[in-house]
Design a protein around this ligand. Sequence first.
Ligand code: HEC
Length: 133
Amino acid sequence: MTRTMVGAAIVVMLAAPAVGRVQKDPAYQTAPAAKPADARAPAGRAGNGATLYKKVGCYQCHANEGQGGLAGPRIGPSPVPYARFLQYIRNPTGDMPPYTARVLTNQDVADIYAFLEARPRPPAVDTIPQLAP
Ligand code: HEC
């Protein structure tokens, strides 16, 4: 072996464990496709969800009650099905930033989901005198 080959071999051996670590770290992985078993939201704590919703900044685009605003659509009180919700938070495809498991665990996401589901529903349009036909 030439000196260069030995050098290259050492570089490969040193790099290999680091590559393994990065691949195993959940924060570097994209979320696996949701399985049917994930379709129902795990029990969430709406109170903790409210705190997280403010802390990680969902409110900045989706507004305080999830009603939506200029930077993001309405996401409460009837969010998309839970499997889609979790999948989109991990791998958004539009203007929304991704949230890895390092920032929000699956339980955190379930808590935010519970918070959004618990938002008050608006009254029916025909019960509002000003809007009645
Ligand atoms: C920087 C602005 C921004 C932030 C912060 C943000 N979102 Fe979004 N979100 C968007 C936009 C814009 C969309 C519309 C789709 C797109 O462009 O990605 C969206 C879409 C969604 C959707 C709808 C997905 C669908 O299938 O229709 C959900 C659910 C959602 N966001 C949840 C969240 C939650 C929960 C948080 C906080 C953890 C959050 N978003 C933080 C901008 C944001």
